[in-house]
Design a protein around this ligand. Structure first.
Ligand code: CTP
Length: 403
């Protein structure tokens, strides 16, 4: 096995039983062309020997911050600069807590602080430990800070329990990390505007019309575009999601607020990705007072909301414009007619009829169409799918703007 030109990855191994999978992870990363240096926490050596990881990585394994001979070969700051990514797998509950606190009391935690490279972590722990509010709080803080959380998976655990907390399979981790590293720079320096989530159209102070959009696809696209080097603004309707790190987050409620937020920022955008499920209609009249059941009529008069996507696509100086379509049948014909009617550059059609697709689900598949072609993006987690769609958008954007 040779170190082919790929990326340079520091694999950090912390002390959990899933460390037995780390040699396989290192092997798979090298098969994908990456160079790997392994750093272990002192506790990790209770589960796996440095010698094993040295054999699979092809380089001495470092465990100690204060090792004069290792520091002479490649100092820890040099190692932090060498890395294109620091990938901690497994990341124990304890390691996540230390990372969140910014501790620098061993080589791996020090590296995570000293590097400018992205830090990714594949959590692995007992399900109660994963679900504990302290861990969840640490994970939210780390996500906001830009740490790329990979997993965990659900299923049988080494402790005999079943639930979330298993480390993702090494092949999946290696694939996700590679995708992220390949995406770097695809949208470097470009402004990308993403709309996400539902909108809420109020009827009176307590009632509104809305839909089931979770916002997951839009948030994942914002995250993927930021990972690809774009300056991202995420204009979002109400969701329960945390805005990705390094993304400007603008919260709105109604279609009309979303329209204003988009139109005032579209001048700085090279690309618009309209993933929001904007309500197509709103109550024609808003009642300042709560409508009483006895005073209400049988019908609510509705009017159309502004079509944000069509308005942006109609601008004389417009960004590369990507729309979404939620379809239950005749996917291609319906998506293509929207592509043409709104004069879009690209449209991503979402099946919303099947189980486990579309609104609210964690996974999805997309059919993407453009004027003279199309492709199918396979069913997978929305974050992985978002990475693929962003790469496709970048490819089409570059083809349209060859400079
Ligand atoms: N969109 C928008 N503003 C609206 C409505 C939709 O920007 N007022 C955008 C969505 O973000 C999405 C695309 O337009 O990118 C969806 O188009 P639309 O024609 O609304 O699709 P459907 O809701 O699927 O339409 P239909 O009910 O006609 O199938």
């Amino acid at each position: 096995m040779h170190d082919m030109p790929g990326h340079q990855i520091v694999v950090g191994v912390s002390g959990g039983i899933a460390a037995y999978k780390s040699p396989d992870l290192v092997r798979r990363l090298r098969e994908l062309g990456h160079s790997v240096r392994v750093v272990m926490t002192p506790a990790a050596s209770h589960f796996i020997t440095p010698l094993t990881l040295q054999a699979v990585s092809g380089h001495p394994v470092r465990t100690d911050l204060f090792d004069p001979s290792a520091e002479a070969a490649m100092g820890h700051i040099e190692l932090a600069r060498w890395a294109d990514m620091v990938l901690v797998a497994p990341a124990t509950a304890h390691f996540l807590a230390r990372l969140r606190q910014g501790m620098a009391d061993d080589l791996l935690s020090t590296l995570c602080l000293a590097t400018e490279a992205p830090v990714a972590a594949a959590p692995a722990m007992n399900r109660q430990m994963w679900l504990h509010p302290a861990t969840q709080d640490n994970v939210s803080a780390l996500t906001r800070r830009g740490v790329l959380l990979l997993g965990p998976d659900e299923g049988d655990q080494a402790c005999g329990e079943i639930g979330p907390g298993r480390m993702l399979e090494p092949a999946r981790i290696a694939g996700m990390v590679t995708e992220r590293l390949l995406a770097r720079g695809l949208l470097e320096g470009l402004g990308v505007l993403v709309t996400a989530g539902p909108t809420r159209e109020p009827l009176d102070p307590v009632r509104f019309i809305s839909n089931h959009s979770s916002g997951r696809m839009g948030y994942a696209l914002a995250e993927a575009a930021a990972g690809a080097g774009a300056r991202v603004t995420l204009v979002s309707g109400p969701t329960s999601l945390i805005a990705p790190a390094r993304v400007e987050h603008v919260s709105v409620l109604t279609a009309s607020e979303m329209r204003d937020a988009v139109m005032s920022r579209v001048g700085g955008a090279s690309i618009l990705i309209a993933a929001a499920a904007v309500a197509d209609h709103r109550p024609a009249a808003y009642s300042e007072r709560k409508i009483k059941k006895n005073g209400a009529g049988e019908a609510i008069a509705l009017e159309r909301t502004p079509d944000i996507l069509a308005e942006v696509a109609g601008l004389s100086s417009r960004p590369f414009t990507v729309g979404f379509a939620a379809e239950t049948d005749d996917i291609e014909a319906n998506a293509r007619s929207k592509l043409e009617a709104k004069a879009l550059d690209l449209i991503a059609a979402n099946r919303v009829d099947g189980p486990g697709t579309g609104f609210g689900s964690e996974d999805n598949a997309l059919d993407v169409f453009w004027a003279d072609g199309g492709t199918h993006l396979e069913y997978k987690p929305k974050r992985a799918l978002a990475g693929e769609l962003v790469a496709l958008i970048a490819q089409h954007y570059r083809a349209a703007h060859p400079d």
